[in-house]
Write a protein that binds this ligand. Structure first.
Ligand SMILES: NC(=O)c1ccc[n+]([C@@H]2O[C@H](COP(=O)([O-])OP(=O)(O)OC[C@H]3O[C@@H](n4cnc5c(N)ncnc54)[C@H](O)[C@@H]3O)[C@@H](O)[C@H]2O)c1
Length: 364
């Protein structure tokens, strides 16, 4: 088992460790028992993950004499809303949860964001432990303390920055992950390769060619690499005031494509298209060499992700969503572009006409 430390503001002492390995639940139980973060634990999960892994996680903790209850919500993004926050809160109160209680978020990004948000506001904040079970959550969303829920006007509009006490990444969970969700997670890993580590892209291409994308040793390597990059960025800019924005590479167009598809495209598929769009914009603005753009496209294809906008999507709807992007400041939409692989920067001066032409060029 590897351990990475996320070093944050020493005054508030909310640094924490990310533990990564295969079949680490027993060791997790021991670490929780030793740290004594809470007198009891309440697992927040979704019905699918609960059926597959809930009992195993609960008994691993109980073996270490920890008291564990669980609350399962319906799986899927539709649960990431304020109604679920209230429902979970009611159940917490019914279970007698107090400030000596910690939440254990067992699940993908939806559960991580939901449980993290509840933990940050329940009785003005109780500890939360993250146990991510999707590739996206293991490589990205469980680290960094961003959480929140969607509202009818947009995704993640209500939320807080609230760091977990610890993150336990058991690669074994990924065995049961459906292909579509797996590919979605690969898109975020490709993002880390593009913004920080071209070697990660080499690793991914080699594994794809060898049909080894779901091998444990490969997964452990890419998850560790992604966590290391994310923790480095979060340590420098915990609250996304500057540098952390580079994590949105591919997301400006990605979010717009995802919404314009009525969420029929997954987040990962949309981000893949968004990364190709960002790379194309960067090339056309004479920052990114054509070879680097081609490289991004080829890794995206190797991962089984789309590199073109489906012909049935309305480009005007994508463009108006880009203009409404919540990272927009004043009238300027900020794009994360690349100068070369591994060198991202935020650019607020991309002409709208170029965005239009690029989207048209990427249409199937
Ligand atoms: N906080 C952040 O920094 C951050 C970053 C990126 C994304 N996100 C959020 O993450 C969410 C998406 O997360 P996701 O892609 O993990 O989706 P998800 O949490 O909805 O999980 C996808 C599906 O896979 C199932 N599942 C989870 N683990 C499984 C396993 N091991 N085996 C079988 N099935 C499993 C779930 O039940 C669900 O149906 C979005 O809401 C997004 O906004 C947050």
């Amino acid at each position: 088992m590897k351990t990475l430390k996320v070093n944050l503001d020493r005054k508030t002492n909310h640094s924490y460790e990310i533990h990564i390995g295969e079949e680490i639940l027993d060791r997790m139980g021991m670490i929780l028992a030793r740290n004594g973060w809470a007198g009891r634990y309440i697992m927040i999960t979704d019905n699918r993950i609960d059926a597959l892994h809930g009992d195993r996680v609960k008994s691993a903790l109980e073996k270490c004499d920890l008291r564990v209850d669980r609350i399962a919500v319906e799986h899927g993004e539709a649960s990431k809303v304020i109604g679920t926050v209230l429902a979970v809160t009611e159940k917490l109160t019914a279970l007698g949860a107090d400030r000596q209680t910690a939440l254990v978020a067992l699940g993908g990004g939806v559960i991580g964001d939901l449980a993290g948000f509840v933990a940050s506001i329940y009785m003005r904040g109780i500890p939360v432990i993250q146990i991510p079970t999707t590739l996206l959550a293991q490589a990205d969303s469980s680290i960094g303390g961003k959480n929140g829920v969607d509202t009818p006007s947009g995704k993640n509009l209500l939320g807080t920055f609230y760091q977990p006490k610890g993150v336990f990444i058991d690669i074994a969970f990924l065995r049961t992950l459906p292909d579509e969700s797996f590919r979605s997670g690969l898109a975020e890993v490709i993002k880390y390769g593009a913004i920080e580590s071209p070697e990660l892209l080499d690793d991914l291409e080699t594994a794809a060619a060898a049909g080894a994308l779901r091998e444990v040793s490969f997964l452990e390597r890419i998850v560790t690499a992604a966590c290391r990059i994310k923790k480095g960025i979060v340590e420098l800019d915990e609250r996304e005031l500057g540098l952390r924005r580079i994590l949105n590479f591919g997301h400006t167009v990605g979010h717009a494509v995802e919404a314009a598809s009525g969420y029929t495209l997954s987040h990962g598929e949309s981000v893949a298209i968004g990364m190709v769009a960002a790379a194309t914009l960067a090339e056309r603005l004479h920052y990114l060499p054509a070879d680097d753009r081609r490289r991004i496209v080829s890794v995206i294809r190797a991962a089984g992700l789309p590199d073109r906008i489906p012909g049935n999507l309305d480009l005007d709807s994508i463009r108006s969503r880009i203009a409404r992007d919540k990272k927009k400041e004043g009238e300027i939409v900020h794009f994360v572009l690349l100068k070369k692989l591994g060198t991202p920067f935020v650019n607020g001066g991309v002409p709208a006409e170029l965005v239009k032409e690029t989207l048209e060029g990427l249409r199937q």
